[in-house]
Design a protein around this ligand. Structure first.
Ligand SMILES: [Zn+2]
Ligand SMILES: [Zn+2]
Length: 345
């Protein structure tokens, strides 16, 4: 089959012929219909997040089941499916409780093994990890849910319990941040977007942000946010992932507010200071969000099918597998306001 492969970190990925993936006993082989290009793939390609080499990237996929292992009971060839980027083992206490997103034995296509920049990809523990796609959700849209939209949906609904009329602040308007703006506005929240780039803020306004703060001219947006909201936001989300945006996000909150950390804090930023004095005095809640388990997808997909959310609005460019290597290499730099890039096969 054809797949996009890189031989070493930073070496341009190439479209080439590789062996077919073996079908796990408890898993499936999926014929990939579409797969998203994500900054996490770029980080792995750069060697920030070690992967087995040579490597096939790709973790935001949707497609049709081509083959099922003998232990699979819930799925059959021909089913249209998508998969969370964190796949659980299906056996541990977390997976049994429906929280495969924190499974200690988790696998991640495109990181722990070959990914979906390929005609076919193998997924383990299919009965735990696969999600059925409604007929009305096409593969490109489903792939764009990938890690960004689904993780953000869970951050706002599962962790932050965002309600209509509440204030939501979104720090960083890349893929996660723009998803948060769109989902927050669709849920009836009043959204304030913060970014260092004007075009990203314009896009945030188009997607429903009522206020946009250009943070380059305002190093700590928290006081401005307290003014706009009359005492702070009920919910704030750090979509960027930096010690500064984390601290500003916590300082932006109203008493009893909820902060959710979605932007990854890697390397030297892995253990940032948190204003715990405010967490205590204002009784703030701090959450980390690490994807969304298959169990929680049907509620989100039902809202997409009903037109509450329009993830297709977040898709910028649709390309072919032959353009995937160049698209991955071009992910250097801040998140693009142009929207997500999705590969269609
Ligand atoms: Zn598990
Ligand atoms: Zn991703």
């Amino acid at each position: 089959m054809r797949a996009v492969v890189y031989r070493d970190y930073g070496v341009m990925p190439e479209l080439t012929d590789v062996a077919e993936p073996a079908c796990p006993d408890d898993g499936v082989v999926i014929s990939v219909g579409a797969t998203g290009v994500c900054r996490s793939d770029w980080h792995a390609w750069q060697g920030h997040d070690p992967v087995p080499l040579p490597h096939i990237p790709g973790h935001e996929l949707a497609g049709t089941i081509a083959q099922t292992g003998p232990a699979v009971t819930r799925w059959r060839p021909g089913d249209r499916v998508t998969v969370p980027f964190v796949c659980g083992c299906g056996r541990c206490e977390y997976c049994r409780a429906g929280d495969a997103q924190v499974c200690p034995e988790q696998t991640q296509p495109g990181f722990t093994g070959p990914g979906s920049f390929a005609e076919r990809v193998a997924i383990h523990a299919a009965d735990t990890n696969l999600v059925a796609l409604p007929d009305t959700v096409d593969f490109v849209t489903a792939a764009s849910l990938g890690c960004r939209f689904a993780t953000t949906y869970r951050a706002l609904t599962g962790h932050a319990r965002l309600c209509p009329e509440e204030w939501l602040v979104v720090y960083g308007c890349g893929g996660v941040g723009l998803s948060a703006v769109h989902i927050g506005a669709a849920l009836g929240a009043r959204v304030i977007a913060v970014d260092v780039a004007g075009p990203a803020l314009e896009r945030a306004r188009e997607l429903g942000a009522g206020h946009a703060i250009l943070s380059a001219t305002n190093t700590d947006p928290a006081p401005v946010i307290h003014d706009i909201t009359g005492g702070g936001a009920q919910v704030s989300l750090d979509a960027l992932g930096s010690p500064e945006t984390l601290a500003s996000s916590v300082r932006s909150l109203r008493r009893r507010g909820r902060h959710v950390q979605v932007g990854l804090l890697l390397g030297p930023a892995a253990a940032p200071p948190v204003p715990m004095d405010l967490v205590i005095a204002r009784e703030l809640e701090i959450y980390g969000s690490h994807g969304m388990a298959a169990r929680d997808y049907p509620a989100m997909l039902a809202q997409i099918a009903a037109g509450v959310f329009s993830p297709a609005r977040l898709v910028g460019t649709v390309i072919g597998l032959d353009q995937a290597g160049a698209a991955l290499a071009a992910m250097d730099g801040p998140g693009s306001a142009a929207g997500m890039t999705v590969i269609e096969l």
